[in-house]
Design a protein around this ligand. Structure first.
Ligand code: ADP
Ligand code: MG
Length: 477
């Protein structure tokens, strides 16, 4: 039997406001425990929550970017459950009427595109943190995170397998950073996913029973957790068993998912409108104001890069994954006055390679866009070959200086003088009579041998195009 894996994701994006969803306490990460939790966050009696305008604005921005409906009136609701790090005994969330309904995101899997629909996006507050380490068998509670604003983005169950789920999570991650509404820091938990996974016989139009895997905070874990969970469910079903709807956790050390608890139903939470908060009213004027601040979005940029620069969909996708990378690439093309394919290759190749190796963001690059353009200009005008350029790039990265200075100091200028190249080739031809005879007798691949000899003789500095052309002529006899 063939199985189909079905995934729906709930993504929690921490909104980048300075203060919390319903209080003025700071949201800065990494402060000493319980120093950023005020009376509202720790639920002292008599306090009242006040909704954070900046958080609402960010939710509107997101809703507009995904083409969703911005509900002009939405309602905050209490979601009741007991947990030691939830001092109120309920979480303020949105239930029946969220701030954003519907919308969609286009994902890219290789060269293929697919549209994933969103169900909703709603505002809520985060809980505190229970710390089980270093307390001699006791648990510590840090309420700094209590009340931090979250946008929970819920997709329809439209991903088929882990690759689409990861592509979707990456597309959302890229989008919230473009919009500058979330810093996207996954290690710090600012962007995390719950994956709902089910399987069904291929061709069936009914959904199987889902399990929900909580709090996946890397794309790799998301992929692994879905893979493991789908295989587990298939094994259970093929064995004649049934899947129970439950909440599971992913253990990255063991690379497996384990049951945490049977899944609560919505009615278990006894949702009701929070009497402390008025319904959230959003005016048309406010929506229009936010609309005017939208930047060019990843999908539009991707399409423009294909149309304007003639890049492949794949290259355009890589270059527009972050706004910083896209801006850097465009700045190089502008400084160089063209040659987008060459620029794309260098930004995605040598530059990204060294940034990854050193764990740097593109904004921290030791070679800015103007300096890289300075190097590429010398490839374009034939001063150096692409191969020598790699050597110059490394020296530039090492802080030696600008491309031109390095080329001069190291004597790397390409030999493009035709008579000089002819001389060198004449010597090589004279020194290798048997290879010349074999080549002329039809052994075409010996051509590479002569090119290699020419490069060796010139320490890689001979202009490759000229070597090819002159060599062809001379070998033809
Ligand atoms: P809950 O809070 O109970 O998890 P939500 O409505 O917030 O409910 O989220 C449900 C998520 O589960 C959605 O992303 C939805 O697409 C997904 N989902 C629902 N049914 C299935 C299913 N059978 N298989 C996979 N995903 C599913
Ligand atoms: Mg859920």
């Amino acid at each position: 039997m063939q199985w189909e894996v079905v995934v729906g994701l709930e993504v929690h994006a921490q909104l980048s406001t300075r203060s919390k969803m319903f209080s003025a306490a700071s949201t800065a990460y990494g402060a000493a425990p319980n120093t950023q939790a005020c009376a509202v966050d720790i639920a002292l009696p008599g306090v009242l929550p006040v909704a954070n305008r900046g958080a609402v604005e960010r939710a509107i921005k997101f809703g507009l970017a995904v083409g969703g409906a911005i509900n002009r009136r939405s309602v905050f609701a209490r979601k009741n459950y007991f947990y030691p790090d939830l001092p109120k005994g309920y979480q303020i969330s949105q239930y029946e009427i969220p701030v954003v309904s519907r919308g969609s995101v286009v994902i890219q899997v290789g060269e293929r595109e697919k549209t994933i629909r969103l169900t909703r996006a709603h505002l809520e507050e985060d809980a505190g943190k229970s710390l089980h380490e270093d307390f001699h068998g006791m648990t510590g509670i840090d309420l700094n995170r209590a009340g931090t604003p979250l946008l929970e983005i819920v997709s329809e169950p439209e991903m088929r397998g882990s690759a689409e789920a990861v592509a979707y999570a990456k597309a959302l991650h890229s989008l919230v950073r473009y919009l500058d509404i979330c810093d996207g820091n996954m290690q710090e938990g600012s962007f995390r996913c719950d994956a709902n996974v089910s399987v069904r016989p291929l061709g069936s139009d009914q959904l199987g029973t889902r399990c929900e895997i909580k709090n996946l905070n890397s794309f790799r874990f998301l992929e692994r957790a879905i893979e493991f969970e789908a295989a587990r469910q298939i094994a259970v079903l093929e064995d004649g068993g049934v899947i129970r709807q439950e909440t599971r956790l992913y253990d990255s050390d063991k690379d497996e998912t384990r049951s945490m608890r049977s899944k609560e139903e919505a009615h278990d939470y006894r949702y009701f409108p929070d009497p402390d908060l008025l319904p959230l009213q959003i005016s048309d004027a406010w929506v229009a104001e936010v609309y005017a601040t939208l930047p060019e979005l990843p999908q539009a940029k991707r399409e423009r890069f294909v149309a304007e620069f003639g890049l492949s969909a794949y290259d355009a996708g890589v270059l527009t994954a972050s706004r910083e990378m896209a801006d850097y690439f465009e700045a190089v093309v502008k400084a160089l006055g063209g040659e987008p394919k060459l620029c794309a290759n260098w930004v995605m190749g040598d530059l990204s390679g060294i940034l990854n190796k050193e764990g740097l963001a593109i904004g921290e690059s030791r070679i800015g866009s103007a300096r890289l353009a300075g190097l590429l200009r010398r490839i374009v005008d034939g001063t150096i070959s692409g191969k020598i350029a790699k050597e110059v790039f490394e020296a530039m990265w090492g802080g030696v200086g600008e491309a031109d200075a390095i080329i001069d100091a190291k004597g790397l200028r390409q030999i493009s003088d035709a008579s000089e190249i002819e001389n060198i080739l004449d010597q090589i031809i004279a020194a290798n009579p048997s290879q010349v005879a074999e080549y002329r007798a039809g052994k075409d691949k010996l051509f590479g041998f002569f090119v290699g000899q020419a490069m060796k003789a010139t320490k890689g500095k001979a202009n490759p195009a000229q070597v090819n052309e002159i060599l062809k002529r001379k070998l033809a006899g």
